[in-house]
Design a protein around this ligand. Structure first.
Ligand code: E4P
Length: 226
């Protein structure tokens, strides 16, 4: 399983990249707004992320019509070789994904909440599909079940004829809110989990590691005092 960092915060990306733990980054309009960034700086900001991370960086189109999404997508793809255009799973998004894929631009279809949506994303030629977990949990439904169903359904078929470069579509488990979500996604075989920095930090932690470290440090003090 690979991990992407789900943030637009440059400091978080630099820190996580230094751990050698992340293979890519996903951003969305909310995450960019959280940095306090302006529209005029958006492309520069994505460029900076692409320089820090040696892997796919998802940048989202906020257009609603297929032609505008394609135009946005081509501009975003021009920023750097590792840009992936994020496109919402909707009719106009599917049409735009199909066109972008035809032109060799990798697309991450986002806001995916069902197996039929994921199957259509794969058919349209998406390179990645991002089912959301936490937002299901927010409405008291099981987001992990949906990811599991999507992983299972996509694995039944070969969609390589739909993508320009013939790669298999990869599932990015998104809207991840806990280390438990990551564990379950790994067990069900999701290709990637995109995690906020807070979740990445929790993934490193275990109380027994802390307790073990504490006792090692205490015992080492005894050795030094002897
Ligand atoms: C990533 O691709 C998504 O935009 C992100 O994971 C959404 O997370 P949220 O539901 O916590 O906002």
């Amino acid at each position: 399983m690979k991990f992407f960092l789900d943030t637009a915060d440059l400091a978080e990306i630099e820190e996580a990249a230094s751990w050698g733990a992340i293979a890519g980054v996903t951003t969305n309009p909310t995450l960019y707004a959280r940095t306090g960034g302006k529209l005029s700086d958006f492309h520069n900001h994505i460029k900076r992320i692409c320089e820090i991370v040696d892997g796919p960086v998802s940048a989202e189109s906020v257009a609603m019509q297929r032609d505008e999404i394609v135009r946005d997508g081509l501009e975003l793809a021009d920023i750097a070789d590792n840009v992936v255009v994020k496109v919402p799973t909707m009719v106009e998004g599917l049409a735009a994904t199909h066109e972008l894929a035809r032109r060799g631009v990798p697309v991450n279809m986002t806001l995916c909440f069902s197996v039929p949506q994921a199957l259509l994303a794969a058919r349209a030629g998406a390179r990645y599909v991002s089912p959301f977990i936490g937002r299901f949990d927010d409405i008291s439904e099981d987001g992990l079940d949906q990811v599991s169903n999507i992983v299972g359904a996509l694995s039944q078929y070969d969609f390589s004829d739909a993508t320009v470069h013939g790669e298999r579509i990869e599932v990015i488990a998104a809207s991840v809110r806990s280390a438990h979500h990551v564990t379950q996604c790994a067990l069900m075989g999701a290709d990637i989990a995109t995690v906020p920095f807070g979740v990445l930090k929790k993934m490193v932690q275990h109380p027994l590691t802390d307790r073990g470290l504490e006792s090692f440090m205490k015992d080492w003090e005894k050795v030094q005092g002897a």
